[in-house]
Design a protein around this ligand. Structure first.
Ligand code: ATP
Ligand code: MG
Length: 437
């Protein structure tokens, strides 16, 4: 097959037999966020390039190497979003949502685009679920956001993640720290990778985030940001820890967590897995108090996190975390003869109005082929109607799993199908209760 018949490198199709898993994950995420007071926001997939280049940070990998930037036909420079925070902040400011009652809490699910080297858990198109909370400066907010991330992961059945937190201070206390870092890394400059040599002058904290083995080893003994925090940042960080203790969330302070994007201040955190290889950070987030004003909005604090959905899926599947069963179609109505075919279409239409999922033949198949299709469709029940059924106004409905047969009156089919389904549901419940003892 020629290249154009393949999905672009680093992108993935999610085929119909797996989509239910994603729908389930997304539903749990949005419901959990709703329980914490967050409402969904939907922002465009592309923005003016500056929305990202200025705000995600000129010295970050994302901006320097990973953005999908292009000119549109009007000559504007546009970029496919590499993350959703910058676009969300842009939108909140544009629509005046930050001038009313605060905090404002929003969440999102959407595709992100980064030109990276594709590998397990690292794609060029991936999806993030994230939340942003605007206008809450208290450590209670940091703990609540972390608790929300933890609840999302737990509600999905992931219990074995490490929570690592750090404080990277504010621009004030970072000045001394950056100087200490530069001194340390300059003394070891020969060992740094080429990218980090460049980072050293412009943004030395980024070296702590480098994935190269030599740089990460050097980073272990680097000066710790937590030793350089100003009183305000120190008190804030202690506050976050007390709240986490109070709500019973285990964590470890890891002074080397700096996060990959420039807008963070004070608290940063990650949820890390030991099970999915090198791409082990499933969730990353933190506080970004300066971003809203930098983007032209009020001077208000903000914080949030994002979870990579594909990475989370890898984790769920590697750990064989159970998913609820995929929803099945209710009934396939087979037919013999032209008038039965019309009747089948009419019955389906009636059943669908009552909320059932009903299928029938739309490609003029013979009965045998229709039954094969019914089987393959995974429908819970099937029936066949022909001349006899039409004149008697009766048909036999078959439970496709157990083979059990029940007679129904065609003119009352939706009520009777509902009865059959309810009876079966009760039986399933009894069996599962029996199984539990
Ligand atoms: P990493 O250090 O793995 O590159 P990051 O610091 O660039 O991650 P963020 O920008 O904070 O990641 O994004 C938040 C989450 O989005 C990550 O924790 C991860 O789960 C997911 N993510 C980031 N980049 C990718 C990618 N290329 N493919 C799949 N998921 C990704
Ligand atoms: Mg990255």
């Amino acid at each position: 097959m020629s290249e154009i018949n393949h999905a672009i490198k680093g992108t993935a199709d999610i085929l119909p037999d797996r989509v239910y898993k994603y729908q389930y994950i997304e539903k749990v995420m949005l419901e959990t966020a709703f329980n914490f007071g967050f409402k969904e926001i939907r922002v465009p997939v592309f923005e003016h390039t500056e929305v990202f280049s200025r705000n995600v940070g000129e010295t970050t990998d994302v901006v320097q190497k990973e953005m999908y930037t292009f000119s549109d036909k009007g000559g504007r420079s546009l970029t496919l979003r590499p993350e959703l925070t910058a676009g969300t902040v842009r939108s909140m400011i544009e629509h005046g949502l930050l001038s009313g009652i605060l905090p404002q809490k929003v969440c999102y699910i959407g595709g992100c685009y980064r030109y990276e080297k594709p590998q397990a858990g690292r794609m060029r198109e991936f999806h993030q679920f994230g939340v942003e909370c605007f206008g809450a400066a208290s450590p209670a907010a940091d703990a609540e956001i972390i608790s929300l991330a933890s609840s999302v992961l737990k509600n999905l059945g992931v219990n074995n993640l490490r929570l690592e937190i750090n404080s990277i201070g504010c621009p004030e206390c970072r000045k001394d720290y950056q100087k200490a870092l530069k001194d340390y890394f300059y003394a070891n400059i020969d060992q740094l990778c080429d990218t980090c040599k460049e980072r050293l002058e412009r943004n030395p904290m980024r070296i702590l985030d480098c994935k190269s083995p030599v740089c990460s080893k050097l980073a272990l003994n680097a000066p710790k940001v937590t030793d350089y925090l100003c009183e305000d940042c120190k008190t804030h960080f202690e506050g976050v820890k007390s709240y986490l203790d109070a709500i019973g969330l285990d964590f470890k302070v890891n002074p080397n967590i700096v996060r990959g994007l420039d807008y963070y201040s004070k608290t940063v955190f990650e949820f890390i897995s030991g099970d999915i290889g090198a791409q082990s950070t499933v969730c990353g987030g933190g506080r970004y108090d300066g971003l809203v004003s930098k983007m032209g909005g009020q001077d208000i604090p903000a914080l949030g996190f994002a979870i990579g959905i594909e990475r989370l899926m890898l984790l769920l599947e590697n750990n064989a975390v159970p998913f609820p069963e995929e929803k099945k179609f209710d009934i396939y109505i087979g037919s013999m003869g032209e008038s039965a075919r019309l009747k089948a279409a009419q019955l389906c239409s009636e059943l669908r109005k009552e909320g059932f999922s009903a299928l029938t033949d739309i490609s003029e198949k013979g009965l045998k082929a229709q039954m094969k299709y019914a089987d393959k469709s995974g429908a819970l029940y099937s029936t066949v109607i022909g001349e006899n059924e039409l004149s008697a106004d009766k048909a036999i409905i078959k439970n496709m799993l157990t083979g059990e047969l029940s007679e129904v009156t065609l003119s009352n089919i939706s009520n009777e199908l509902l009865e059959i389904k309810n009876k079966q549901a009760l039986l399933n419940l009894e069996n599962s209760i029996e199984g539990a003892f």
